[in-house]
Structure formats: C-alpha cells, structure tokens
Design a protein around this ligand. Structure first.
Ligand code: G3P
Length: 219
C-alpha cells in the first residue's frame, strides 16, 4: 500500500519525503488555507519535492468551472492529479477529464455507490473519507471494504485512496483490506515508526554497549 502525506506544508512534506516513506501528496482547500503561499505555486513546489502523484483540488461547483480548473491544474506538472468532489457535476467533469487524459481523485466520497459512479467515470483515485464517517458514528473502514469488493468485482482501474485518516489503526486496517493508498497527516506517518518496545530496546542496547566501551572492547 502506498502512503501519501495529506498536507500542504512544505517543511513537513520535505522532512518525511527525505525519510523515503512518502509515495505522493494530497492537498485540499482547508490544508492550503493554512499555508501562506499562492495555491498554484504551492502545488508546483510540492511537485519539485515529491516524485509522485500530487492531488490539487478544484473549487468550482459547476462542470465548466471544474473543467477550466482541471485543465489549468494539470498543466502545472505531469504528476498533478486533479481532485474533484463527488457530485453530479463532479462526476461529469471526471468523465470528461478521463476522455482528455487528465488524472483525477474523486474526493468527499462517503458511500460505496458514490465510489461506483466515480470508478465508472474513469477516476484514477477514489477517496473515501473514513475519519469523518467515524466522527458521525458510522464505520469508515467498512466503506473501504465495500469499495474494495465492488472494484474487484468489476476490475475497475480506480485506486482506493483512503482519506481523512486519523490514526495508525486506520492505516493498518486500510492495508489489511487491500486499499491502494492511505493519505495521512504528518503526525500519523510519524506515529507509524513508533513502538515503546523499540525505544526500550534501543535504550537497553546503548546501555549495554556503554559497558563494552568502558572496558575498551568497542574496537
Ligand atoms: O484530504 C482529504 C482528507 O484527508 C481530509 O481529512 O481530517 O479533514 O477529515 P480530514
């Protein structure tokens, strides 16, 4: 399973990309609003850092506006994936993007039938929002299971990009289900590395190595 960082923060993107654990990036208008940089410039700079898909979201609500933005965004860099919301106008735009060879990520997907429509329109990625479903006491990961089953039933080419990830548990479940990608906030990616027994093990090894050194045997 690929891991994308869900962020518009260049510093965090660079830091985690340097560790070699980032396969791509997703952004959204809320994440972009936290950064003090013109949107298109920000996307361009992210593409310079990460050699992988970078999702940039359209904000128009009508087909013509979405298409205009999709064409512009796709010209920023070859790795740009145009994010389009899962609405009737959005699905229409996804179908047209598919026809024109523009890659898409269908966002704000909250049901398996919405995902089915996105896949049928030729979406490159479909993003179920698991955390926001959990927030309203629904089962976000069950949605991912349902989408996996539907996409496998019909060999849809669309990739399942698990979004609105809140915990390492979400990442684990996504991988067990066979999702293609989990896009995670930086903090969740950082937590993937952590285990208290790893920390305790390192401390014990270093303490014991000090004994070896103290005896002058560390040669
Ligand atoms: O980028 C889309 C998604 O990951 C947003 O997550 O935490 O705002 O629900 P969140």
């Amino acid at each position: 399973m690929q891991i994308f960082i869900d962020s518009g923060n260049l510093e965090k993107i660079r830091e985690l990309n340097d560790l070699g654990v980032i396969d791509g990036v997703t952004t959204n208008p809320s994440l972009v609003s936290r950064e003090n940089k013109p949107f298109r410039q920000l996307i361009k700079e992210i593409c310079m850092i990460v050699d992988g898909p970078v999702s940039a979201e359209t904000v128009s609500e009508d087909f013509d506006g979405m298409m205009k933005e999709a064409v512009e965004l796709s010209k920023i860099h070859k790795n740009v994936i145009v994010k389009i919301v899962n609405t009737p106008q959005g699905i229409k735009a996804v179908k047209e993007c598919t026809r024109r060879g523009i890659k898409t990520n269908v966002t704000l997907t909250f049901s398996a039938v919405q995902a089915l429509l996105a896949a049928k329109a030729g979406a490159t990625y479909v993003s179920p929002f698991v955390g926001r479903l959990d927030d309203v006491k629904e089962d976000g990961m069950q949605l991912v299971r349902d989408i996996r089953q539907i996409f496998d039933n019909y060999d849809f080419g669309a990739k399942i990009l698990v979004a609105s990830v809140r915990s390492t548990g979400h990442v684990l479940e996504a991988a067990k289900i066979g999702a293609d990608v989990a896009t995670c906030p930086a903090e969740v990616i950082e937590n993937l590395f952590k285990h208290p027994l790893t920390d305790a093990g390192i401390k014990k090894f270093l303490d014991d190595w000090k004994k070896v050194r103290d005896k002058g045997l560390d040669k």
